[in-house]
Design a protein around this ligand. Structure first.
Ligand code: HEC
Length: 463
């Protein structure tokens, strides 16, 4: 059977990880036998995990990258918001030094700051110059790593739905990367075209392109991946603006200053336009990144319309703050518009759902070994008995109205497709069922672990 490239790299077992599980019952990780209380077991009587389990490394790697991504994104967006507000709030005063176009006084953390902006450049280059670029680059690099960890390595579950478009994992990954790369090129050409001179015209065309992209993504990927790709597509434009336009233009200005030439103001003007786009795109990007945790946003047929409305909400909210920071009053109507659009989104999300893992649907190649395992029927019974009251297309557990996280476990297809997640959430950890409300037994967890590991081993995979 063909394997996604990433999986093939590591071979059958991750032997490079330290072995700390030798104290377990029979000295073998993951083979759980016996019913009594074992002296060397953990917690409730069973040792379900050990360090040579690739899933443990993988879960932590994924958590670590996510942590980094959130931190860098906070730093980038934080500094970006700060500079936009600072820029808009600058006041022109007569006593300003030559070349300075505005200044602002700020108070923070026990001191007063006096900032002056030199529109093209100061007459001489200061000795210390602080650049702001790694916040942005770090966010993109960690974000791309996460895209690879979640959507490329887990392409069969999260990127591709064979019922949307039946393509192999590698083709989906290629499409994902190509769309992101081509998106930047198209955007950049557009900005450099004659249309680029009209701020509003450019924004309108961009909006149409973004909505078309959102629709396109839903024709190729899972709803979840479509929304995430809208975030990745937009965020790549933002970082590329910093990397290819804003910073290089500033470097040209610095080089001119050092060489004693008068810098051309056009570099600043171009950088400013890109910076403005970044400002308006920030809020939608954050929405798209978070939306993957909310099936109501992505598991609906109208998800691409929702994506379009989110761009509008992002623009009106930024408009509110931009106007305030420029001390031009508070356009409160923007909040009414944002709220109305948000209500419209709620209404749209109650329309037709995209449900995956339905009976009779195709499962991915990656899910097949779990379905074909001779332990599958037993595990399926456990999952139906302990999980499907909540994880169903129509849950009957009080207070659960939607399948949580769109994880549907009420069909064989659903169980096989979510093998890894079932293993992590109910096998090696006790995260599910929440508070063990459905009284799953320890030996049932052990059977899940055994099923997952033996299916992988039979298929010669580690993930
Ligand atoms: C009482 C209802 C209920 C039962 C029973 C239940 N779950 Fe869940 N499950 C939830 C909720 C609620 C969430 C969302 C948790 C969150 O938002 O972090 C969830 C989330 C999940 C997720 C997604 C986790 C993530 O962060 O991506 C998986 C996988 C999962 N459950 C598997 C299972 C399995 C396997 C069982 C049975 C052994 C099970 N659940 C039983 C309610 C339930």
């Amino acid at each position: 059977m063909e394997q996604p490239p990433f999986r093939a790299v590591f071979g059958a077992r991750a032997h490079f990880l330290p072995e700390v599980g030798s104290g377990f019952r029979n000295g073998k990780c993951g083979t759980i036998k016996g019913t009594g209380h074992s002296p060397d077991s953990i917690g409730t009587g069973y040792a379900l995990t050990c360090m040579d389990d690739f899933a443990i490394f993988w879960e932590w790697f994924s958590f670590g990258v996510r942590w980094l991504h959130v931190v860098t994104a906070i730093a980038w967006i934080g500094s970006s918001f700060y500079f936009i507000a600072l820029d808009l709030g600058l006041v022109h005063r007569p006593h300003l030094p030559e070349g300075a176009s505005g200044e602002e006084w700020q108070v923070h953390g026990g001191g007063f700051y006096h900032i002056q902006k030199y529109m093209v450049a100061p007459a001489t280059l200061p000795e210390h110059l602080t650049w702001f670029k790694w916040e942005s680059y770090g966010t993109w690099l960690s974000g791309f790593t996460m895209l690879a960890v979640v959507y490329y390595a887990g392409a069969d579950l999260f990127l591709i739905d064979r019922n949307v478009l039946d393509i192999p994992a590698w083709a989906g990954i290629l499409l994902s990367m190509a769309s992101i790369g081509i998106g930047w090129i198209a955007y950049d050409l557009l900005c450099k075209s004659p249309l680029g001179r009209s701020t509003t015209g450019l924004m309108l065309v961009l909006f149409v392109i973004l909505v078309a992209m959102a629709w396109g993504y839903t024709q190729v990927f899972t709803g979840r991946a479509a929304m995430l790709h809208m975030g990745a597509f937009t965020a790549t434009i933002m970082t590329a603006n910093v990397f290819f336009i804003i910073i290089p233009n500033q470097k040209i200005v610095v080089a001119d200053l050092l060489a004693g030439r008068a810098p051309d103001p056009k570099y600043g003007v171009i950088a400013k336009q890109r910076s403005l786009h970044n400002n308006y795109l920030t809020l939608p990007v954050i929405f798209f990144m978070l939306s993957t945790h909310y099936p109501l946003a992505f598991a609906t047929q109208y998800n691409w319309i929702i994506a379009g409305l989110i761009f509008l909400i992002g623009v009106v909210i930024r408009h509110y703050f931009n106007t305030r920071h420029a001390r031009k009053g508070s356009p409160h109507w923007t909040w009414a518009v944002a709220a109305l659009l948000f209500i419209l989104i709620m209404w749209l999300s109650s329309g037709p759902r995209i449900l995956s893992g339905q009976t009779g649907e195709l499962v991915s190649d990656a899910a097949l070994p779990f379905l074909q395992s001779d332990k599958f029927m037993a595990v399926n019974d456990i999952v139906q008995g302990r999980c499907s009251m909540c994880h169903a297309s129509e849950p009957f557990w009080e207070g659960i109205n939607e399948a949580p996280k769109n994880v549907l476990l009420d069909t064989e297809q659903g169980v096989a497709s979510h093998a890894y997640q079932i293993y992590v959430q109910a096998g090696i950890t006790h995260a599910m069922p929440p508070g063990n409300v459905s009284f799953i037994e320890d030996d049932e967890r052990a059977m899940i672990v055994d099923w997952y590991r033996s299916s992988l081993a039979d298929a010669g995979r580690i993930l």
